[in-house]
Ligand binder design. Structure first.
Ligand SMILES: [Zn+2]
Length: 230
């Protein structure tokens, strides 16, 4: 019944794929099957070396590093992340997190992760946007991996402009100490999976990892929807 209703409503309010604008079928959400099959996958290995890992130079206890899509100008990942950040598409964030999880499971069956933590937004940015896109990704990832997530362990204490617009030369300039631990939850010896929507230079995620390391975590793994490192 729900499906008939959805089909009926779509006659008047066609839902379009955010990547290619094709009208979505009733079972599709946000992204059509054609675009999903055509996703610019990184094909990175989860365990061991990959191009993103080579940019994360300062994380001592780094375990695995994973990115789902290649980030290129006007590409699918850019469109998805734009919708997610600026168009209030919360369900899209959860769906992409779930898909990221399925892709990770295709690449690595055994994951010994204890907790998923998203990179936080500064509270004034959170107030303005109404949600943290990385927390939505963490929520979706939690569903597909069956691992808990918590969004209030790290806090962003410094308001920074969008890191994706910055070049490599800014790498060390304003990302040091931008996070702090925001509660007393004991995460000692745990294996943490840190989540960001997009990783470019890696400086932001390194800064967050530093706080986790100082808090005594055992291992840190990283996953993101997209990366410019290919
Ligand atoms: Zn499409």
């Amino acid at each position: 019944m729900k499906r008939i209703l959805t089909d009926f409503l779509s006659l008047f309010y066609p839902r379009a794929c955010i990547c290619c604008n094709r009208t979505l079928l009733s079972k599709e959400e946000y992204i059509c099957m054609h675009c999903r099959l055509d996703f610019p996958l990184t094909n990175f290995s989860v365990v061991g070396d990959n191009p993103l890992r080579r940019h994360l130079l300062t994380i001592e206890n780094l375990d695995y590093v994973f990115a789902y899509l290649k980030y290129v100008r006007h590409g699918a990942a850019q469109k998805i992340l734009h919708e997610l950040k600026y168009r209030d598409q919360k369900g899209l964030g959860i769906m992409m997190g779930q898909w990221l999880g399925y892709y990770i499971l295709e690449k690595a069956e055994m994951l010994d992760i204890d907790l998923i933590i998203p990179i936080p937004l500064h509270k004034s940015k959170l107030r303005k946007r109404g949600y943290n896109q990385s927390a939505l990704i963490a929520e979706g990832l939690s569903k597909s991996l069956g691992i808990n997530w918590e969004g209030n362990i790290l806090e962003r204490k410094v308001y920074t402009s969008t890191q994706t617009k910055k070049g490599k030369t800014d790498r060390w300039v304003n990302v040091d100490n931008i996070f702090q631990k925001s509660n007393n939850k004991d995460i000692k010896n745990q294996h943490i999976l840190l989540i960001d929507d997009v990783i470019t230079t890696g400086a932001t995620i390194e800064s967050a990892a530093k706080i986790l390391t100082e808090s005594g975590v055992g291992k840190i793994s990283i996953a993101c929807i997209a990366t410019g490192q290919q």
